[in-house]
Design a protein around this ligand. Structure first.
Ligand code: CA
Ligand code: ZN
Length: 301
């Protein structure tokens, strides 16, 4: 399938002011390519952050104007396929990330892709789970740098945002002005050293406005679970937001009684870190779809 949008069409802040580079219809598949978070600047282990042009880090491909979308709409992005084209790059940098106090020497590592794995220093083979670190829509007001997560999406670095999952976002401006990038071939929850396996990639996705009154966003769905995502200055603030969001979804959208929802969140729900290294920290709360079905609720398709 022909590519609709290539990685050279990139932007660096989600904003109503950025001119769209593609118009897309709801329900139609878009095929795009993405840069890694360094815009491909780290090509060998000799390339370090010292020579990096920071103004072109965290590029997102887009923005895409999605026809028929207006502020307040609930937009579902179905990720048909997220493919890491590789190779990946990782960095360890003194005083950067959550482990920066333990790093004394800067290092850049090129991580080769072999089949559906990545190979770390010819020693460790890790199965890929290609995911989009940055994905979002323009906020209703102002601009948000791609480095920063928020209610509009952005740099959530959530390992659930991968092939076969759907991301729900609230549209902030006419046309949504969607974009994505910062693919990781694989990443652990927390992204503690400040990166995953940062890779260029290809994405096939379909945007669609849906009507689910009361739906909290950002919201993620895959075959097994639903999840809410929240970002704040501390993980304490972020996790509390996810609890309110999930309890609101379970009671107001799925119709589960108040105390049942609370007890089930404690029984079968999982609170997890997405990342602890970006300008705001991101937490998610996961809940099994099978329990929604036990209460007779199925997300509309
Ligand atoms: Ca990221
Ligand atoms: Zn990244």
């Amino acid at each position: 399938m022909a590519c609709d949008l290539t990685r050279d069409k990139a932007f660096f802040a989600f904003s109503a002011e950025v001119e769209p580079v593609l118009r897309a219809k709801q329900g139609e598949e878009i095929h795009l390519t993405t840069h890694d978070c360094f815009s491909g600047q780290l090509k060998t282990s000799a390339d370090t952050l010292e020579t990096l042009d920071w103004s072109i880090t965290n590029p997102a491909t887009g923005p895409v104007y999605i026809e028929g979308t207006k502020p307040g709409d609930l937009l579902r992005i179905d990720l048909r396929e997220v493919t890491a084209t590789g190779p990946s790059v990782m960095v360890a940098v003194p005083n950067v990330g959550a482990l920066g106090h333990l790093i004394t020497e800067e290092e850049t590592v090129i991580v080769e892709h072999v089949g559906d794995t990545v190979v770390f220093k010819d020693t460790v083979v890790v199965k890929q789970n290609p995911m989009l670190g940055v994905i979002g829509v323009a906020p209703a007001e102002g601009e948000i740098p791609n480095s920063t997560p928020g209610t509009h999406g952005g740099n959530m670095d959530c390992t659930l945002i991968t092939s076969g999952s759907s991301l729900y976002l609230t549209v902030g401006v006419e046309g949504a002005l969607f974009g994505c990038g910062d693919m990781h071939a694989v990443m652990g929850d927390g992204e503690v050293v400040v990166c995953g396996a940062e890779t260029p990639g290809e994405v096939r996705l379909t945007p669609q406005v849906v009507d689910i009154p009361g739906m909290p966003t950002p919201f993620i769905e895959n075959d097994e679970i639903v999840a809410v995502v929240a970002s704040a200055e501390t993980v304490d603030d972020a996790y509390k937001l996810t609890l309110d969001m999930m309890h609101g979804f379970l009671t107001k959208v799925a119709g589960i009684p108040n105390n049942d929802a609370a007890m089930l969140m404690s029984l079968v729900g999982n609170l997890k870190f997405c990342q602890v290294v970006d300008p705001l920290l991101t937490v998610r709360f996961e809940f099994p779809k099978s329990v929604l079905a036990d209460y007779g609720y199925v997300l509309p398709r």
